[in-house]
Design a binder for this molecule. Structure first.
Ligand SMILES: Cc1ncc(COP(=O)(O)O)c(C=O)c1O
Length: 388
């Protein structure tokens, strides 16, 4: 069977591949500890679920406006205005089926054949594929484990060409947990303004920060900046599929046009649930953060016991991204082979760094219970030590 060329131009999601391999082993009766999850292990808070039940009871089960319900767009705009002193209105907001769809529509609205997008490494798996789907080219911007994966504005500046259309910055970063420093972000925004580029700023993990305060690119500029976020991680709502883009209204209108001919709008019930999440009690977020903090400390302490494994302490999100290249040998020469070895021999699932553009690393998620982490890290240590 043959399909459109764009299908073969992209790779399937690396994170999904690990999930499938772990599930296959489980089906064969093997007890696998999964350190791969890219989503919170907490249930969605009760008051949010209650709001969704009420939306159902009130028959909010029909089509909504294609940019999303006004109340939600307004609540999102106000949230940024309150936190960052911006002057957004509902017209600056497009509500989408998750941050992923917001990013997709941004790529569709902005990118064309031959365009270049500056993409810091390590990157979240879908960015390069979305860029390639639009006929554009991801231009990789290195960051380094020994520098805590910090993104430097000069690394961006060095790679700007006449073809550059956009820069993607993800802070806190998936997979490294690194955040961009305020001064560097300000310089990156200045570069976007000077060269008339778009800065796509993905802050999906903004509420899970262990050091410092979150800086949003919209604090510096709102004309060349597109903010992307969602309720997925913050409120443990990955399955509700609800995210947004905040941008100049002309770009929002262009994206809304695209959305109106694809999904129309996100599920009506999820929109009411997201409204409750954003406007309701925020203690649930603080509680999740405090549990992640406990787990992060535990995992960092355990990883420090593994000789040869280097791990930059992450500032945010719920991942660690250690360098495991020291364990490569004649048979295992990359992160995918190492992850497979660990899964088959130590029965612990981790995500190979290759899918994030960093083949010397693996991603370990601590969005799982302390009990699972304890056993998973024991298996990881034994698995790695059997290689050294
Ligand atoms: C950096 C980053 N951006 C976007 C997304 C997509 O999130 P959503 O569930 O809101 O589509 C993810 C999900 O893992 C992510 O890690």
């Amino acid at each position: 069977m043959s399909f459109a060329a764009r299908v073969s131009a992209i790779a399937p999601s690396a994170t999904m591949a690990v999930k499938r391999a772990a599930e296959e082993l489980r089906r064969r009766g093997v007890d696998v500890i999964d350190l791969g999850p890219g989503e919170p292990d907490f249930p969605t808070p009760e008051h949010i679920k209650e709001a969704a039940c009420q939306a159902l009871a009130r028959n909010f089960t029909k089509y909504t406006a294609d940019s999303g319900i006004f109340e939600l767009r307004e609540a999102i705009a106000q949230r940024y205005n309150r936190d960052y002193g911006t002057a957004y209105t509902a017209e600056n907001v497009l509500v989408t089926s998750g941050a992923k769809q917001a990013l997709y529509h941004i790529a569709e609205a902005l990118l064309e054949d031959g365009d270049e997008v500056l993409l810091p490494v390590p990157y979240w798996v879908s960015y390069p594929e979305q860029i390639k789907l639009m006929g554009a080219t991801p231009v990789l911007v290195p960051t380094h484990a020994r520098d805590g994966f910090r993104l430097r504005a000069h690394a961006i500046a060095d790679r700007i060409t006449k073809r550059t259309k956009a820069i993607i910055v993800n802070s806190p970063n998936n997979p490294s947990g690194a955040t961009v420093e305020s001064a560097e972000l300000e310089k990156i925004v200045e570069l976007a303004v000077k060269h008339q580029l778009w800065l796509i700023y993905d802050e999906c993990y903004e509420k899970f920060l262990y050091e410092g305060v979150h800086v949003s690119a919209c604090e510096f500029n709102t004309q060349r900046v597109v903010i992307v976020s969602s309720v997925s991680k913050t409120y443990a709502m990955t399955g509700w599929r609800l995210g947004w883009a905040v941008a100049p209204k002309e770009l929002i209108q262009a994206m809304a046009k695209l959305q109106s001919h694809s999904t129309s709008h996100p599920t009506s019930i999820s929109q009411y649930a997201a409204l409750a999440a954003l406007t309701g009690d925020q203690r649930c977020v603080a509680e999740m953060l405090s549990e992640y903090r406990r787990r992060r400390e535990f995992v960092l302490k355990e990883l420090a016991q593994i000789r040869g494994l280097e791990c930059a302490p992450p500032q945010g999100a719920f991942y660690l991204f250690p360098d495991v290249s020291r364990f490569f040998n004649g048979e295992i020469s990359n992160s995918s082979e190492l992850a497979r070895y660990l899964l088959e021999n130590a029965h612990v699932a981790v995500v190979p760094g290759a899918g994030f553009g960093a083949d010397e690393c693996i991603r370990i998620s601590y969005a799982t219970s302390l009990e699972q982490l304890r056993e998973g890290l024991k298996r990881l240590r034994e698995g790695l030590q059997s290689l050294s």
